[in-house]
Design a protein around this ligand. Structure first.
Ligand code: ARG
Length: 287
């Protein structure tokens, strides 16, 4: 017993924490008034003040973790603007703007680009349809790019040209996991030199080609249960040690702990009614 414990401890790697800078948008105008994903049911009521209370808990959690949290003003009539991850993809001080699939969200693209411009980022107006960091995840030096429901494959090429990084296209096959950030969690956003960045994912969200890429590149990935994925447990945000997750994703929480991470549960049940969770409310800013 003692030996097993000692061995486990020795096998648990030290985690590298890095200070994060993120952009968020208060859900003052959040509601579900249209349906563009299977989670949304406009016929059911939503509670905007509860959404704000829950969002505040996430905001406070980030501040307590020492993150730099920037805020963009919410706009009346854009209920999904709270899902800041879709507002663009920011890396090397370049902000690649979003170009939304559905007309309901299209005005958010310019609104986020205005914020990036006003805050000193080199803004690139997108030619292709894409929903920002919802479908572009930086893992080490590689960008994992989702397609299938929202972001067009042509934008993967646009991103590769702009940022000069390897972009790996992954096709999503389950409409409930319509953005890649609902099916993959990046656990190590800034791995130390020589260290590999790890991820967690839901295998059934990908086609066979995507799945074999993920298996080959991330042999040590955490595989989450369908149950945890169905509360958007993967839609989480990590600083390399602290991983902010949906409080209902219990098995993911256990697995993270076993792998040496510190899971922190937050309840965003009201924002789940719009089909988003922790990561959707968080856009990473990389200068
Ligand atoms: N209602 C929003 C939509 O369907 C939710 C966006 C969730 N964002 C995300 N990064 N997965 O577009």
């Amino acid at each position: 017993m003692t030996e097993t414990l000692a061995r486990n401890r020795a096998e648990t790697p030290e985690r590298t924490v890095s200070k994060r800078s993120v952009l968020m948008c208060r859900p003052d105008y959040f509601t579900v008034s249209y349906q563009i994903n299977p989670w949304m049911h406009p016929e059911n009521p939503t509670d905007t003040s509860l959404a704000v209370t829950q969002w505040n808990e996430l905001y406070r959690t980030y501040l307590e973790l020492g993150f730099d949290v920037q805020l963009v003003d919410p706009i009346d009539g854009l209920p999904d603007m709270v899902y800041a991850a879709n507002g663009g993809f920011v890396l090397d001080n370049i902000a690649y703007g979003a170009n939304f699939t559905y007309p309901e969200r299209q005005p958010e693209g310019p609104a986020y680009m205005d914020w990036f411009r006003a805050n000193g980022y080199d803004v690139r107006v997108p030619k292709e349809v894409n929903e920002g960091e919802g479908d572009f995840l930086l893992v080490g030096d590689t960008i994992l790019a989702g397609t299938g429901f929202r972001t067009d494959r042509a934008s993967h090429r646009e991103v590769a040209e702009i940022f000069g990084r390897d972009v790996i296209s992954l096709e999503l096959v389950n409409p409930s996991f319509y953005h890649v950030d609902t099916a993959i969690a990046v656990l190590d956003p800034a791995p130390a030199p020589g260290e590999a960045a790890n991820i967690a994912y839901l295998p059934s969200a990908f086609n066979d080609a995507g799945l074999s890429v993920l298996r080959e590149r991330y042999p040590d990935a955490i595989i989450v249960t369908e149950e945890d994925a169905s509360v958007l447990g993967l839609n989480s945000y990590s600083d390399g040690y602290n991983v902010v997750i949906a409080s209902r994703a219990k098995d993911f929480e256990r697995q993270l702990r076993e792998h040496g991470y510190n899971p922190i549960g937050v309840d965003l049940s009201e924002l789940l009614l719009g089909g988003g969770g922790v990561k959707c409310c968080t856009l990473e800013l990389r200068r």
